[in-house]
Design a binder for this molecule. Structure first.
Ligand code: HAM
Length: 429
């Protein structure tokens, strides 16, 4: 068995599934946490839900005619022969949990937020992944336009809090059960009068709104004069929409009305919105959401309303890069310890422990690579300060403190190392 060891092919991540690696993952975490903090600041409590659910939940909740359900679901039979699906989005699962645990019998609205991976079998490209990350919120049980405005304002604040500015908010109303059916007929009458190919005609029969989202120039041209939901809203849907706008205006949340907006999920009613960033190419939607007043009843719960959003963490990271904004320090640590010799190593390990307990991020050189190698490690770590400790320093009761940006170095008493490092990192003003 000598000499014939076969080289094992290294594995690669599944197609379209990103890895998040340091140092860039610091930006990912900053975005996810920043968006989540905006939700926390408005009273949304954390909800952690299963990554997979009963397939029928998504079929019924998201809609059989959507691409998400008909083409993009990761569906498989488990060992008990149940059909389960990796969650393609978060809203259906939240509704399932709210109904199952009777949260809707308590104080309303139920306000929850979540973050994590979702799965869609799409054609991978820049900004479009098969495993994508969202931060989402849902506010369930109160049909109040002020709540719509709050949800939208939370998303707007979230994006701005991580440093994003070059996006726009598009807003529309998809009507309610009193005006949507008539509008649907009106739109279908219009579409059936056009010279549409068979596929598009079928789409017009199942979900005519989706034809307005057709990107092909000749279809765009033909549908340029199509009737729009916004011009056929019921009185109450109109008042609802106007009130949302008044709240957004008062809160200083900028938006444009886009009456031709079409969302990829079927559950939306009334207020519907999308955050769009032009620095991303084709995948310009960095977040979206809206009302879904019929969803809970459709999933077997009470007829309660709901509104929420899903913000794309991956696309927000790309949008920040397009704007040249770095929301977080990518430095692994603030202080890097360089021990020379076993005793110094022990002493620095203790200092590191003290500093970490005080909230300072500290890393040490391991493996006894010598001073040059260790200092290279210090530079690479992105730390601001290095603590250098050798045998002679130990004898003298001192330790070297080096500013890695300026190269300035001084000797300080070993017993004061922790206090001096903390004072240097956050000087009292
Ligand atoms: P969605 O518009 O399908 O809505 O997704 C929300 C966001 O997730 C998108 O705006 C986009 O930024 C990101 N996203 C979607 N697909 C991908 C992908 N393949 N790769 C990278 N990013 C992606 C929803 O999922 C709804 N559940 C939002 C919602 C909550 N509506 C009401 N409540």
């Amino acid at each position: 068995m000598t000499g014939d060891t076969q080289r094992i092919q290294p594995f690669a991540a599944p197609k379209g599934v990103p890895d998040y690696l340091p140092p860039d993952s610091a930006t990912f975490v900053a975005v996810r946490d920043g968006l989540t903090a905006a939700a926390r600041a408005a009273g949304y409590g954390h909800i952690e839900l299963p990554i997979f659910e009963d397939t029928a939940l998504f079929a019924r909740g998201v809609g059989e005619s959507t691409d998400v359900v008909s083409k993009e679901m990761y569906t498989f039979a488990d060992k008990g022969d149940r059909s389960v699906t990796l969650r393609p989005e978060g809203t259906a699962g939240v509704m399932r949990a709210v109904i199952e645990h009777s949260l809707d019998r308590g104080a309303l609205p139920v306000k929850v937020s979540y973050s994590g991976p979702f799965f869609r079998y799409e054609r991978p490209q820049a900004g479009r992944y098969r495993q994508l990350q969202q931060v989402g919120v849902e506010a369930i049980g109160v049909d109040d336009p002020a709540l719509d405005a709050e949800v939208i304002a939370v998303a707007d604040r979230g994006f701005r809090s991580v440093g994003l500015t070059g996006f726009r908010l598009e807003l529309t109303s998809l009507g309610d059960e009193t005006c949507r059916p008539q509008y649907r007929e009106l739109l279908q009458d219009f579409l059936f009068g056009l010279d549409l190919d068979e596929d598009t005609r079928r789409r017009a029969e199942i979900n005519p709104l989706r034809v307005l989202d057709d990107k092909r120039p000749h279809v765009r041209e033909m549908t340029a004069d199509a009737p729009l939901m916004m011009d056929h809203l019921s009185e109450s849907a109109r008042v609802h929409f106007d009130t949302v706008r008044a709240h957004l205006d008062a809160m200083g949340v900028p938006y444009v009305v886009n009456p031709r907006m079409v969302r990829g999920l079927d559950y939306y009613t009334k207020t519907t919105f999308e955050f769009v960033h032009d620095g991303l190419g084709a995948q310009s939607g960095i977040g979206g959401g809206g009302r879904y007043d019929g969803l809970m009843a459709q999933l077997g719960g009470q007829p309660l309303s709901g509104i929420g959003f899903g913000l794309g963490v991956d696309r927000t990271v790309l949008a920040l890069a397009a704007e040249g904004v770095t929301p977080a320090s990518t430095a692994r640590c603030e202080v890097y310890g360089v021990p020379m010799g076993p005793e110094a190593k022990l002493r620095l390990a203790v200092i590191a422990q003290e500093l970490r307990a005080a909230g300072v991020r500290v890393d040490l050189a391991y493996g006894d690579r010598g001073m040059k190698g260790a200092m290279k490690g210090a530079d690479r770590s992105g730390a601001r300060l290095a603590l250098v400790l050798g045998d002679r320093d130990l004898e003298a009761g001192e330790i070297g403190l080096k500013d890695l940006a300026t190269g300035e170095q001084s000797s300080i008493p070993l017993s004061e190392a922790t206090a001096r490092v903390r004072a240097t990192l956050s000087p009292v003003s």
